[in-house]
Write a new protein. Structure first.
Lengths: 468, 444
């Protein structure tokens, strides 16, 4: 009798072979959920889930994402340096290797950045609507945002936070400085007609991050020596068990256990780091809002909140930050960012020298803050920062950018995306900005191929030109 | 593994360990001041074997006991005991079901599963849960190495509700009627409700025929369940909301699970039948016969002429030699099912013309030939040795939880023979599987 060939020796739900090629009808996952579960289902499921997600990124790395929406319009006015001479707008045949003037503070990081320009975002007829639902890719519902319209789907930050936000005390931290109340409730959303307001005041951010510690009702976290000892001993024993079992196995089964072991070790290491950070003066004392209750002008508030967000990311309090700045898709008095700028009044629909100078200063200011954030988060997390400048594809000639929506500026610290200062300009209308969102979500550890699909945008999955 | 998931796992382990130690604290020697070292070793050994589904090795027992005894002076006995169980609950021996085997590998490099490994493999495969007391005892005594003992336990366990539930899930997936619920169609009662009614048919067939001619029953039964919503699709009368059982008359062409509205619904397009899809199902699922590779992107669409019947469109389509090859292998079976529309309703006409249900069985080796309608087709399928053998092969893949591979042929042969010799008793098929070499032997 012929002996059977090699077979699996250890079974976990997500790790069994795929469906038989000859008769691919059985849903192996469902089968294995039934077959492979031990008595520890509550334990096994999280482990199994991770082994699926492992395919999307290296195990054990902590990822974070910062999603910024700046609603001060590049599209109409195209400020200084955004389109250097000689760079083709469409076709991507000539890379933009120089940092646009308006993003100059990000120059040291340009090799890990990419601009996605002239991608479609079609979302209904309203002129400014896309500015406020730009993170969902779906049109607002119930009128324009100025008149109470609400997002029709979850925003990108929420999609990402639903995966990587579960790891932290705060699933995400949503902050902003906007010129009007409606704008503060349309940028971020957890689902259809479920807008999530962002925090506008640094003092509230401070309180949210520190909880009772902010008001002196609780002290900074301390390390319980006994708990630390137990944790270490349990993890040591787990390591020992995994190594012993792996020694009896070969090939793929051994690798599976080694992945499990490396996860344990990585977790252990970061747990130690997090405890150390939370004990450090840096983490227990974030930047404070003004003691007199005055929290500064718009640019100052944005800076303060973003510094708090940096600390939250660095100290593991959250993995996702959303920042909304500006007046939607604005071309008026530059909203809360305006007071320190030379421009006053209505910006109109066309280029204006003073207005453009003001815009440049806004973008330089925000670029500087993002540069600070990139450095501040540091090596503790692989960060992904995306700044979206929304527009509309309403085709009304006044609110679009070459017939498309706005642009996205992406800094990728995960090594997942194709960066290097490359200017990417696809053919007009050939791609949806949602494909770039899918790529960002993928890099952030929350892969999707259909973000923003279901309405007018053609979504095909992570933009291949962006994937490394 | 991500931090959050690792944290979930650790938190779950902490929770379970805490509850377990609470329960053990007063009922065992753990709370006593003296003899903690001996007590923790005994408790870990006793409870650990439930987690690992086998007795702990001496080294394992010592490791977990030592974790507790060495940390107890710093954190207290109770916290130390919880930590020991936390480690057990995060150990791969608990999280994974290991099939490593023991002893010296034979000349082919294979090792036989150990009794406790066999017990877990049978139990999880059949019931989705850990071994019961009787199987555990058989493993502990070493009796499970005897195929006769395995056969007896499989017969006993196959009667359990959990085992029946597993069998139902197999039939659902094998016939793929569970895809109906995910397809929206205009008109008709909805795929989900049709699925549920087919579940009732399967439950009854397994109850009455599980030990006798099961495959024939699945392929030829004239049983349907319907309420007022689904009565017209099933071709029966029921004006009440209550789901009732019907045996279809001889005049109906509906037969077996392929004739269930849920299957027809799942194997059709939203607004029309799909002859190639239905035929392909028969070829691949029931005859275990693959189609040649083809580039799906180059497949030419059928004519959109609304005045042509599906048969006429396919006839035109097959004029192209590039299309004819594959369609000759699948269309005859699908054409025999044209008496059922895309909702699963029996029909006599298409576009005002009588439906032609002339078709055939192709690829069976032993039952090939022309048929008229579904009933004749399913009768041929039920009589086919190829279909029976395919059923055995698919069963092996399902119950082993892996794809078929070289070396499985003998086991499939044995399963097929046992199934045939027993008159279609599914338990006999499983007994043959659980005593086969692919089940009992592993390569280290």
């Amino acid at each position: 009798m012929q002996k059977p060939a090699a077979q699996d020796s250890v079974f976990m739900p997500s790790q069994r072979p795929g469906r038989p090629t000859r008769s691919p009808r059985f849903d192996r996952r469902r089968f294995l959920e039934r077959l492979g579960l031990a008595a520890g289902a509550p334990l096994l499921y999280p482990v199994a889930r991770s082994l699926v997600s492992e395919a999307y990124g290296a195990p054990g790395r902590r990822r974070c994402a910062v999603i910024v929406v700046v609603g001060e319009n590049i599209p109409v006015t195209a400020p200084e340096g955004f389109m250097p001479p000689g760079v083709a707008r469409f076709g991507g045949d000539k890379p933009q290797v120089e940092t646009p003037t308006m993003f100059q503070p990000l120059r040291p990081y340009w090799s890990r950045m990419v601009i996605v320009d002239a991608a479609n975002t079609v979302a209904g007829p309203c002129q400014h609507g896309m500015g406020f639902s730009c993170l969902s890719g779906l049109d607002v519902e119930g009128g324009t945002p100025e008149f109470g319209g609400k997002p029709r789907g979850p925003s990108l930050d929420h999609h990402i936070a639903s995966v990587i936000g579960k790891e932290t005390p705060l699933p995400s931290l949503l902050i902003g400085a906007n010129g009007g109340g409606d704008y503060a409730t349309t940028t971020f959303s957890s689902g259809r007609l479920q807008p999530v307001p962002h925090i506008l005041r640094p003092s509230i951010v401070y309180q949210q991050l520190l909880g009772k510690r902010a008001t002196g009702e609780a002290s900074a976290p301390t390390v319980d020596a006994g708990a630390a000892l137990l944790r270490k001993r349990v993890l040591d024993t787990m390591r020992h068990d995994v190594k012993r079992l792996a020694a009896e196995l070969a090939g793929p089964e051994r690798q599976r256990l080694e992945v499990y072991l490396s996860s344990i070790e990585s977790f252990d290491k970061r747990q130690e780091e997090q405890i150390r950070l939370l004990q450090s003066a840096d983490c227990s004392k974030p930047p404070q809002p003004g003691a007199d209750g005055k929290e500064g002008n718009g640019p100052e508030r944005v800076a303060l909140m973003l510094r708090m967000a940096t600390l939250a990311l660095r100290c593991g309090l959250t993995n996702v930050v959303g920042l909304s700045v500006g007046h939607g898709f604005g071309h008026d008095d530059l909203g809360v960012m305006g007071p320190v700028l030379p421009w006053r009044g209505y910006g109109g629909h066309g280029p204006n020298e003073v207005y453009n100078q003001s815009l440049n200063r806004i973008y330089r200011h925000i670029s500087g803050l993002l540069a600070e954030l990139i450095v501040g988060v540091g090596p503790l997390a692989e960060g992904l920062v995306m700044m979206v400048v929304p527009g509309t594809s309403a085709r009304d000639s006044l609110h679009h950018h070459d017939g498309n929506s706005g642009m996205a500026l992406i800094h990728d610290g995960t090594g997942t995306l194709r960066t290097g200062g490359r200017y990417f300009g696809p053919a007009r209308g050939s791609r949806s900005l949602m494909d770039a969102y899918c790529a960002v979500a993928h890099a952030a550890g929350a892969p999707t191929s259909s973000f923003g699909a279901g309405e007018k945008n053609r979504v095909t999955g992570p933009m291949p030109e962006l994937m490394a | 593994m991500r931090d959050g998931e690792m944290r979930d796992a650790l938190v779950s382990a902490e929770d379970v360990a805490s509850r377990l130690v609470s329960a053990l604290w007063t009922s065992t020697c753990l709370a006593q001041d003296a003899g903690f070292d001996r007590c923790i070793a005994a408790v870990v050994g006793e409870r650990g074997e439930l987690a690992f589904r086998r007795p702990l090795t001496q080294e394992e027992e010592a490791t977990y006991a030592r974790l507790a005894t060495e940390t107890a002076p710093a954190v207290g006995r109770r916290a130390a005991t919880e930590a020991a169980f936390r480690a057990i609950l995060m150990a791969p021996q608990f999280l994974y079901r290991a099939e490593i085997g023991g002893g010296t590998p034979d000349r082919d490099g294979l090792r036989r599963l150990q009794p406790f490994e066999i017990a877990s493999a049978i139990s999880y495969s059949l019931t989705g849960g850990p071994p019961d007391a009787s199987l555990w005892d058989a493993a502990r005594s070493g009796a499970l190495v005897d195929p006769k003992v395995i056969v007896a336990h499989v017969a006993r366990m196959a009667e359990s509700p959990a085992s029946l539930s597993t069998l139902k899930a197999f039939v659902r997936e094998y016939f793929s009627y569970d895809e109906a619920g995910s397809l929206d169609k205009k008109g008709g009662p909805g795929g989900g409700v049709l699925e549920t009614e087919t579940d009732l048919v399967v439950a009854e067939l397994l109850g009455t025929s599980g030990r006798k001619d099961l495959l024939r029953a699945l392929l030829t039964s004239t049983l349907v369940f319907a309420n007022s919503r689904t009565a017209s699709v099933n071709g029966v009368m029921n004006n009440t909301f209550e789901v009732k059982r019907f045996v279809l008359p001889e005049t109906s062409d509906r037969a077996g699970l392929l004739g269930q509205p849920s299957w027809m619904w799942a194997q059709s397009q939203p607004e029309r039948t799909d002859v190639p899809k239905r035929g392909r199902f028969v070829r691949e699922h029931l005859l275990c016969n693959s189609l040649p590779d083809f580039d799906a992107s180059k497949v030419k669409p059928l004519s959109k002429d609304a005045t042509l019947t599906m048969r006429q469109k396919l006839t035109m389509h097959r004029v192209d030699p590039a299309c004819a090859g594959c369609h000759a292998l699948i269309d005859p079976m699908g054409l025999a099912m044209e008496g059922f529309d895309h909702l699963g309703k029996e029909r006599r006409e298409e576009l005002g013309k009588p439906v032609d249900v002339t078709g055939g069985l192709v690829g069976s080796e032993d039952q090939d030939g022309p048929v008229r309608g579904l009933k004749e087709l399913t009768a041929k399928l039920a009589a086919s040795r190829t279909v029976r053998r395919c059923f055995a092969a698919e069963s092996l893949q399902y119950w082993l939880g892996r794809r078929a591979q070289g070396g499985d042929e003998c086991a499939v042969e044995a399963m097929d023979k046992a199934f045939a010799a027993s008159g279609g008793d599914y338990v006999a098929l499983l007994q043959a599987l659980y005593t086969s070499e692919p089940f009992l032997f592993k390569r280290p």
